[in-house]
Design a protein around this ligand. Structure first.
Ligand code: ADP
Ligand code: MG
Length: 293
């Protein structure tokens, strides 16, 4: 392989909207056989909005949004941005949060207006969520069935309600998945979201293999397990919680709409966040290296 030919490849890449870290990246791009796709921000737009607010008896929509929004104000997660926007719409200025902590891929906790508040997966609320109020359980079941993400909100020892957020599959994702399959690549949808939501999104884009309810460390483990099985793995993510998995993959692909973390950990960066460009990059690298052998 002559360096010049490889650089032509990287130059073409830039035209397509891909930033390639170095010519050596093209070799792993060429040999990839499995593409692991993070859900939020990769297959979906990650531009979420709150579509349903369900408080328990005795709590108002505004109270639920105000405490959840104040807490989420300290988080960068797409869900957090949606909750903050919804809360500001409804409540205006939000109170300050103290003692904020975030558990990546699980949720957030902190003190707002003197209340200990938690927003996230039921597991983060622990015993508070042991007996879900019936209206919350019903709202969660409805959201799951519709393929919509929901998060529990609790304070001072009890679940106080649930927020449902909507995300949209990117209009380009289904075509991208079809292209991966045509290239002989096996696509897998990976997410920290629950299995019902994951299955709905997977069906919408044509992915048959889904791994859901995964914590950030589990994302790295999945990539490792595939590699132990002899797979050459491309991992595509937005980096909010998958930077380690991007680094573990044979080819880490960062969606350009994501965080700087992802862009740094990626071998390839897809500038405009269009998944079809990943398929283009794989085709390009096969062709480039094919001609210089
Ligand atoms: P994905 O794998 O689809 O990118 P994440 O791993 O980022 O999803 O998040 C997994 C789940 O963790 C979310 O569906 C949500 O339940 C919970 N979660 C993560 N961060 C937050 C947050 N800031 N606020 C509320 N819930 C959160
Ligand atoms: Mg993510």
């Amino acid at each position: 392989a002559t360096p010049t030919a490889l650089l032509v490849g990287t130059g073409r890449g830039a035209q397509l909207g891909i930033l390639i870290k170095g010519p050596q990246v093209l070799e792993s791009t060429r040999t990839v056989d499995t593409v692991v796709l993070d859900k939020t921000g990769t297959v979906t737009t990650g531009e979420m909005s709150v579509v349903d607010v369900v408080p328990v008896d005795g709590v108002t929509d505004a109270q639920l949004l105000r405490l959840a929004g104040a807490l989420e104000n300290a988080s960068e997660h797409p869900i957090a941005r949606a909750v903050v926007a919804g809360a500001r719409d409804r409540c205006g200025e939000l109170p300050a949060v103290a003692d904020f902590t975030s558990e990546t891929g699980v949720g957030v906790r902190g003190t707002v207006d003197g209340h200990e508040v938690i927003v996230g997966r039921a597991s983060l609320l622990g015993s508070w969520a042991a007996d879900l109020p019936p209206e919350v359980a019903a709202a969660k079941a409805t959201a799951d069935a519709a393929g919509r993400t929901s998060v529990m909100v609790g304070w001072d020892g009890a679940v106080r309600g649930i927020l449902v957020v909507s995300d949209r599959v990117k209009p380009t994702s289904r075509a991208a998945v079809a292209q991966f399959k045509r290239l002989g690549l096996h696509p897998i949808l990976l997410t920290g979201d629950n299995a019902a939501v994951a299955a709905a999104i997977a069906a919408e884009v044509g992915i048959d293999d889904v791994v859901a309810d995964v914590l950030p460390a589990g994302k790295v483990d999945l990539v490792k397990r595939l590699q132990v099985d002899g797979k050459v793995v491309a991992m595509v993510g937005d980096g909010v919680n998958d930077a380690a998995a991007l680094a573990q993959a044979d080819l880490g692909i960062a969606m350009g709409t994501g965080s700087d973390v992802a862009i740094e950990s990626g071998d390839l960066t897809v500038v405009r966040g269009d998944l079809r460009v990943v398929a283009d990059a794989i085709r390009l690298s096969r062709r480039t290296l094919g001609t210089i052998k």
